[in-house]
Design a binder for this molecule. Structure first.
Ligand SMILES: [Zn+2]
Length: 461
């Protein structure tokens, strides 16, 4: 990887396809597993549920506060069904530092308001409040599935998932025909679609067609009650969301890419998880994977990384072993496993072409993210960048560095700063994504696989 080998002083990025250890069968097989994970987990709750099944199979047991864990022990902490921490105790004491890969499993989507259902114009519609940074127009006229959880009046729970099976109905947000879109078309993309008009159509059959108002809402509520035992008041204690009803699929004649909803950031969560579960031996340092919620809205809440759930767990483990938790954090090395923007030739003007990730050139290291003067980022040190670079080169990981876009064009944030605040070394690392935050995002299989190799290398260090 390093330029010295090429006997030149010029650094050149390499194609993942040209890597000496590249094996297309292995890379494509990994992508198949990833697609299955994506189809089974479209919400953070669903991702936690599949992950819990996977880790239990791999011998992980639920974490219990106050327990003394020893080398080789594998434990997990499941936080309110929406976030997870997995820990594989290493050979060395905790005070010698952790190896952490922190990804998030929430994704932009359309959440239902707590009083969502109304009828108008002979249709039943649903009031929503979108979650995360979306370009609203992208969510119109596509098939949507409804996922989520309702806590009924008697405290029992119902999980809902409609629109994923072949014979399921789907839902859709309508748009104006071009014939009548003169005013709409004159608006900016940002103003064209008001948030209040993201109202999927969910039905149109009246309860009583002879009745003047037809009682459409009543009919729909009666169906919900029949099917799920849910009444309108139950929707006040629910987390329901519309997500694209698309399946993860291969993209391109050569099948080199993957199209799927929610790849930000499950395309980093999955390889992190696999890197931990595939480890056949006890890692040198205690290795952890964090699958966090709420990153897309600022890592807030008790399941986001602004909460202490990960640190409380690790503090407790250090204390139970009589080790110094401050020393543990200070010696830790982490990856903030999150996606990066991929160069898109249709929009070349927003990128600095010398500092933007390109598809198939490997996993991306972002020394910093943030916006306008690096605000809000955890800027990794030269020393840590040097350590990571060396680690990846030794392990044969194909990687590249990147920035989100041109300096004053915009920006973004990740969970890196929350781990850095505990005095841990951390850098952003992950898969470059095309159409980030769109209902259908694109990634490369080669980049996905190199992200897996990168996290695996961290866990072996
Ligand atoms: Zn995102």
């Amino acid at each position: 990887m390093s330029n010295q080998k090429d006997n030149t002083f010029v650094y050149k990025k390499k194609s993942g396809f040209a890597a000496p250890n590249f094996n297309q069968d292995v890379v494509f097989a990994f992508a198949e597993d990833y697609k299955a994970f994506m189809n089974a987990g479209k919400t953070e709750r669903e991702c936690v549920a599949i992950t819990e099944t996977m880790v239990r199979k791999a011998g992980y047991v639920p974490f219990v506060y106050g327990t003394r864990y020893n080398r080789g022990d594998k434990v997990y902490y499941q936080n309110r069904g929406k976030a997870m921490v997995l820990v594989h105790m290493g050979q060395k004491p905790l005070e010698e530092g952790l190896r952490v890969s922190a990804a998030h499993i929430d994704a932009p989507r359309i959440d239902l308001k707590s009083q969502p259902i109304y009828d108008d114009g002979g249709m039943v519609l649903c009031k929503t409040h979108y979650y995360g940074g979306i370009k609203k127009y992208q969510w119109l006229t596509i098939p949507l599935a409804l996922h989520g959880t309702v806590i009924r009046g008697d405290s029992t729970r119902v999980d809902i998932c409609v629109g994923e099976e072949k014979l399921d109905p789907v839902f859709s947000i309508t748009d104006l025909p071009p014939h009548l879109a003169k005013e709409q078309s004159a608006k900016t993309l940002g103003d064209g679609i008001p948030g209040e008009s993201l109202t999927p159509v969910i039905g149109s059959e009246p309860m009583d067609a002879r009745d003047e108002d037809g009682k459409l809402k009543e009919k729909l509520l009666s169906l919900l009650h029949e099917k799920y035992g849910v009444c309108e008041e139950d929707l006040l204690s629910a987390e329901l969301m519309f997500v694209p009803a698309y399946k993860a699929r291969d993209v391109g004649f050569d099948r080199s890419m993957i199209g799927a909803y929610g790849q930000d950031d499950r395309v980093c969560a999955y390889p992190s998880l696999r890197a931990l579960l595939d480890m056949q031996t006890i890692p040198p340092h205690t290795s952890c994977v964090i699958l966090a919620d709420k990153e897309e809205i600022g890592s807030v809440g008790n399941t986001g990384l602004e909460s202490n759930f990960f640190f409380d767990m690790m503090d407790d483990m250090a204390e139970a072993r009589g080790e110094n938790k401050r020393k543990m954090y200070a010696a830790s090395k982490c990856l903030s496993a999150d996606v990066s923007v991929c160069y898109d030739p249709n929009y070349s003007s927003v990128f600095d072409k010398y500092n933007i990730a390109q598809i198939n050139q490997g996993a991306v290291i972002c020394k910093y993210v943030g916006a306008r003067g690096k605000t809000g980022t955890s800027d990794a040190s030269a020393e840590y960048m040097g350590w990571i670079r060396n680690l990846f080169n030794q392990a044969g990981v194909v990687w590249q560095t990147s920035e989100i876009g041109k300096v004053d064009q915009g920006g973004g944030g990740t969970v890196a700063k929350f781990l850095a605040s505990k005095n841990m070394d951390i850098v952003d690392f992950g898969v470059p994504v095309l159409s980030m935050h769109a209902p259908y995002e694109l990634t490369s299989k080669v980049d996905l696989y190199n992200t897996y190799l990168g996290v695996a290398a961290l866990f072996q260090s």
